[in-house]
Structures are given as structure tokens and as C-alpha cells.
Design a protein around this ligand. Sequence first.
Ligand SMILES: [Zn+2]
Length: 69
Amino acid sequence: MNTKIVCPVCDRAAIEVDTCPNCQTDLSLIRMLSELPLIVSTTPDFSWLKWSIGILLTAILVGWEIWVH
Ligand SMILES: [Zn+2]
């Protein structure tokens, strides 16, 4: 299952092989790079951010309660 990439040299689209069929440019490195963000984007880790916001909001609410009462 190969990702379809665009040749950066001649702009040929939907290339599924490691060499551009139009200008014979080696696309293995470009393919590797193009597939990297895909792996990262499938596993977004924002749980730490949610936790941070949650803890921060709780701290503000608790602090407010103590301040008011
Ligand atoms: Zn090309």
C-alpha cells in the first residue's frame, strides 16, 4: 500500500513507485518524508494538554472558592 506522491522535479502527480516514471528521479526519500507526518498525525497526543487545562481550571475554581468564602 503505497502513498501517491507528487514528483518535486517535474510535478508529475499520483506516483506510486520509488522512481518518477516521467523524469526518473529517485523518490524514495521524498516518499519516506511524506509518510512520516502521516504516522504522527494518526496518533495525536493532546491528552497532556487536556489534563493541564483540567488541572488549571480546577485549581482556579478551588482557589476562587477559597477566596470567596
Ligand atoms: Zn519527475
